[in-house]
Design a protein around this ligand. Structure first.
Ligand code: IMP
Length: 202
């Protein structure tokens, strides 16, 4: 079965290939299929937004053999900020604002929040639209705390302020492999793999 991944992000493609490839799926990017997503992400949950992207690409793929279309949506949920930035994580303070500035602002907004209330999680929803129109979603999370300063050079986005108390490191201080093994996205893709393996009898 072919899986088309609705993302333009090379790192996500690599991670999805590493996790789903061994099940024997033929994994392609939307670019390799000459497709792109032009849907507005106006859902109210991560899963809705992932489904919007997957449906958009699925609707454009015209091939008698069909394909599973996979898309993801993710973000940072901070409890002390009522879940912000949440589904607006990429758009928080504007798409073009640097993450150094966004991270500094989130730390500033948590100035008076004590360490035990700085709980946060990265959330990732993965959605799949199957050739017969069935829709499946899976979700993964990773729990952490918002730090008091940026730490680490790896990763991207909010990684430098996302601190893992058990490891005494931020997710920007983990190698790619270390992060993938425990990340929200890794967990969501692994949960989706279980569902697809069952459906396609792997
Ligand atoms: P998207 O799901 O690729 O649209 O990502 C949404 C946004 O959430 C990203 O632009 C980042 O701001 C944030 N985000 C999602 N996953 C991570 C992560 O693993 N590390 C840091 N930031 C993340």
């Amino acid at each position: 079965m072919k899986i088309i991944v609705a993302t333009g992000n090379a790192d996500k493609m690599k991670e999805i290939r590493e996790i789903l490839g061994p099940s024997g799926f033929d994994i392609c990017s939307q670019k390799e299929e000459g497709l792109s997503c032009d849907a507005e992400e106006n859902g109210t949950t991560f899963a809705e937004n992932a489904l919007i992207k997957a449906r958009n690409i699925s609707g454009k793929y015209k091939h008698e053999d069909g394909a599973v279309v996979l898309a993801d949506d993710s973000g940072l949920v901070i409890d002390a900020l009522n879940g912000e930035p949440g589904i607006y994580s990429a758009r928080y303070m504007g798409e073009d604002t640097s993450y150094h500035v966004k991270n500094a602002e989130l730390i500033r907004r948590l100035t008076d929040v004590p360490v035990e209330k700085r709980t946060a999680r990265f959330v990732c929803a993965v959605a799949a639209v199957l050739p017969d129109g069935r829709e499946i979603t899976a979700e993964g999370t990773i729990e952490g705390k918002i730090g008091y300063e940026e730490r680490g050079e790896n990763g991207f986005g909010y990684d430098p302020i996302f601190y893992l108390p058990d490891l005494s490191r931020s997710t920007a201080e983990l190698s790619r492999e270390e992060k993938n093994a425990i990340s929200h996205r890794g967990n969501a893709i692994r949960a989706m793999k279980e569902k697809l393996d069952k459906i396609y009898g792997v």
